[in-house]
Design a protein around this ligand. Structure first.
Ligand code: NAD
Ligand code: UDP
Ligand code: UDP
Length: 329
């Protein structure tokens, strides 16, 4: 079969673990649009076939049901490792499985990359900084993570995965790429995954109370998914000596109350704000310093919160109206 290659790049066969999740499905789509072949690997723990349904008939897309805590023998030219539940509600549901996915999943992914001698990208997280005492967060900050709290399965799992990536790099000369992703939102977030953007939009569209945890003064910086996916691809396509870690996120910082007010304004809902208890170890502030990604990858986000929220609200509006298949859990 002739490869269609809109970008003039050599087409590659690329594995995306967690490819049926929120970010992964957008990444698969973008890689196919760039002319590559994509092998999406997912156990559908938090992702769903519906997220990649539109790609299923595509000649350069393949979907494989597999749990990355088990070894995987495939032949590919590049690997993006995204498999891991990302929302606090999901990753705390089965903390041991979350740790296994991050740690054993990283070992299997790295073992695969080592056998094939191909580059591998790790989707790490701003959670490696924990409840940060340095603001905005720079990559050289080592973080403030509780090793035994309810968020530790995710935070420490991702920290250990970063260690594994850098040890495989130093010990085996593996080509690694590590990015620390900050709060990302957009279409195909799971409506029940408990993350703040999907919660607020779904509550607003249903006219239900909008649940602010704590007094809403904690901050986050929200990146629209298309911007993040551009950053992931820019990182993978950067020269071999560029290994990271790089922060990828939108540095515009908002309080959670400001986010709620923006969702209320954009949906025109009559829903009320209600305060609920703040979860344990909830970081008080978060904002990426993205100067490294800007200078070394030429990357910066382009979509402002208002525009991204408008697109995401349109998605959930159609989903809730029954206009598309809902992802199941
Ligand atoms: P998501 O839950 O929508 O996607 C994760 C995907 O991984 C799902 O499809 C799930 O089924 C799959 N998965 C989980 N465990 C698996 C296993 N053992 N084997 C195979 N597949 C498995 O989450 P997301 O928001 O798309 O996050 C994707 C990646 O980005 C994650 O690694 C996450 O830690 C990272 N990240 C995301 C954000 C964000 O704000 N979205 C922020 C920081 C980091
Ligand atoms: N692995 C895999 N696919 C491969 C090669 C390795 O899943 O193509 C797994 C393998 O099960 C191993 C892990 O990756 O447990 C780490 O591999 P590595 O070569 O680093 O370690 P070793 O095989 O020596 O334990
Ligand atoms: N949050 C909230 N209401 C919700 C869900 C979350 O106020 O319905 C808060 C949460 O306590 C945190 C912030 O929003 O301070 C971001 O939460 P999310 O779970 O999206 O991601 P986190 O950055 O905490 O991993």
């Amino acid at each position: 079969m002739v490869n269609i290659n809109p970008n003039g790049l050599l087409p590659k066969r690329i594995a995306v673990t967690g490819g049926a999740g929120f970010v992964g499905s957008h990444l698969c789509e973008a890689l196919i649009a760039r002319g590559h072949e994509v092998l999406c690997i997912d156990n559908f723990y938090t992702g769903a076939r519906t997220n990649v349904q539109h790609l299923l008939g595509h000649p350069r897309f393949e979907l494989m049901r597999h749990d990355i805590t088990f070894p995987l023998y495939i032949e590919v030219d590049e690997i993006y490792n995204l498999a891991c539940p990302a929302s606090p509600v999901h990753y705390q549901f089965d903390p041991v499985q979350t740790l296994k996915t991050s740690v054993i999943g990283a070992i299997n992914t790295l073992g695969l990359a080592k056998r094939l001698r191909v580059p591998v990208l790790q989707a790490s997280t701003s959670e490696v900084y924990g409840d940060p005492e340095v603001h905005p967060q720079t990559e050289d900050y080592w973080g403030n993570v509780n090793p035994i709290g309810p968020r530790s399965c995710y935070d420490e799992g991702k920290r250990c995965a970063e260690t594994l990536f850098f040890d495989y790099h130093r010990q085996h000369g593996l080509g690694i790429k590590v990015v620390r992703i900050f709060n990302t939102y957009g279409p195909r977030m799971h409506p029940n995954d408990g993350r703040v953007v999907s919660n607020f939009i779904v509550q607003a569209l249903r006219g239900e109370d909008i649940t602010i945890f704590g007094d809403g003064s904690q901050t986050r910086s929200f990146c629209y998914v298309d911007d993040l996916v551009r950053g992931l691809i820019a990182m993978m396509e950067s020269p071999a000596e560029v290994v990271g870690p790089f922060n990828l996120g939108n540095p515009s910082e908002f309080t959670i109350r400001q986010l709620a007010e923006a969702v209320i304004r954009l949906t025109g809902t009559k829903a009320r704000l209600v305060e609920k208890p703040l979860p344990q170890d909830d970081p008080k502030q978060r904002k990426p310093d993205i100067s490294k990604a800007e200078t070394q990858l030429g990357w910066q986000p382009a979509i402002a919160l208002e525009e991204g929220l408008t697109r995401t609200i349109a998605y959930f509006d159609t989903l809730l109206a029954g206009g598309m298949d809902a992802p199941h859990l």
